[in-house]
Design a protein. Structure first.
Length: 400
């Protein structure tokens, strides 16, 4: 299943070399990159070597030995999203990062949260919990005729009682890229804070926190960044760091300065906890550094090219119905079948050596329920995928 390199080299990439550096490409077609992408041998080696070192000299000792490299993880991520290292907190997942900042915002009764139809389940459940607990209001901004968040309605809905605007840039279930920059421009004149869930965006799109204008951003390592599971990060705009006290703290977040006194850190690490996997964080740094070396924009163009090819071919298959929305669409391609249930199709393709995933209603109810969707198939591509794999995948859908 090595396949050809297609036009990947047009973007300065040797796709054959990328595949040789990705062991998972050898035996399967991996179109589940929105779930967890395949790491490189370099990233895998970095994680395993560090764990080996812990076994040889001890965990604390290995951490001291690798301290400079561990610390450099913050600089690598900051460079990726155009932030400063002290604005970055390392987390175990995007959800952990999102919850850390969301539950720390000092909401008052009657304040409002504005969000969109494509909000992810975990985020919206947290909003519902604080609605019950704190008496805040949640206003869901409708989609426009293209399926993205309606910017005109968002603009009309802004007022001084809006405490937070929460947007998912690349939803899990519909191929959409929401207009994150335009949302930031609408929010900027108001007192509201802007929380951007870039879980599916970082790694496949250029994400610049200065351009976007977000106050907070959350992301994971395991998706398009190609980092290990159990990694993620939180960005907090420097001017806001000291204004928000974390909802939970330990000796990583604060210093015990006297018997009955403590002092909270003045950087974004106030949202971290002390215990973590340094091996996984080094894997995250390795993956980010490799992306920076390749160039975010060439990677983004390659992913877009493959996704466009996949959508075009799927449209020609009689029993397939594309379910993607939006003016701009991501490397996440969603569809359903008139012949097969989504779970049956997933298991059949997996048996044929093709990895895809299913997004059920419970992951994105605000979007899927009004559209009458119970579940969608999700095929998500990455730079190491090939045009030949897309052809094989579509042929498998035809021949099942």
């Amino acid at each position: 299943m090595d396949g050809d390199t297609g036009s990947g080299e047009d973007f300065g990439m040797d796709v054959s070399q990328l595949r040789q550096m990705t062991p998972g490409c050898l035996r399967r077609i991996h179109f589940n990159n929105a779930g967890a992408s395949l790491p490189t041998t370099q990233t895998l080696t970095k994680v395993v070597d560090y764990l080996q070192r812990e076994a040889e000299i001890g965990g604390y000792e290995a951490a001291r030995e690798a301290n400079d490299e561990i610390e450099a993880t913050y600089s690598s991520i900051a460079r990726l999203i155009n932030a400063a290292p002290d604005e970055i907190a390392l987390m175990e997942s995007s959800t952990r990062a999102w919850d850390s900042i969301f539950y720390s915002i000092p909401f008052q009764p009657g304040e409002r949260i504005l969000t969109g139809r494509s909000e992810y389940a975990s985020n919206y459940i947290a909003m519902l919990q604080l609605q019950r607990r704190c008496g805040i209001d949640i206003d869901v901004i409708e989609d426009d005729t293209n399926g993205q968040i309606d910017l005109d309605q968002l603009s009309r809905s802004m007022s001084d009682d809006v405490r937070l605007v929460a947007l998912t840039q690349c939803p899990t279930n519909n191929g959409l890229i929401n207009p994150a920059v335009e949302v930031g421009q609408i929010v900027k004149p108001y007192r509201a804070w802007y929380l951007l869930d870039a879980c599916q965006a970082v790694g496949q799109l250029k994400v610049d926190v200065k351009e976007t204008g977000c106050d907070f951003l959350t992301a994971t390592g395991r998706k398009f960044l190609r980092a290990p599971r159990g990694t993620g990060f939180l960005y907090v705009r420097r001017e806001l760091i000291t204004q928000i006290e974390p909802s939970q703290m330990d000796m990583r977040a604060a210093f015990w300065t006297a018997m009955n006194e403590y002092q909270i850190r003045d950087d974004a690490r106030r949202f971290e906890t002390w215990e973590t996997s340094h091996a996984l964080r080094l894997g995250l740094k390795s993956a980010v550094d490799q992306l920076l070396a390749l160039g975010v924009e060439p990677v983004s163009r390659r992913i877009q090219q493959l996704a466009e090819r996949l959508r075009l071919q799927l449209q020609s298959i009689e029993h397939i119905r594309l379910q993607d929305k939006g003016i701009q669409q991501s490397g996440i391609v969603t569809f359903s079948s008139d012949r097969f249930g989504t779970c049956k199709l997933e298991s059949t393709l997996m048996a044929a050596g093709i990895n895809i995933s299913v997004s059920p209603l419970k992951m994105a109810r605000l979007d899927m329920e009004p559209r009458g969707l119970i579940a969608v198939i999700r095929a998500s591509v990455h730079i190491y995928n090939t045009e030949e794999e897309i052809d094989q995948f579509c042929q498998a859908l035809i021949s099942i």
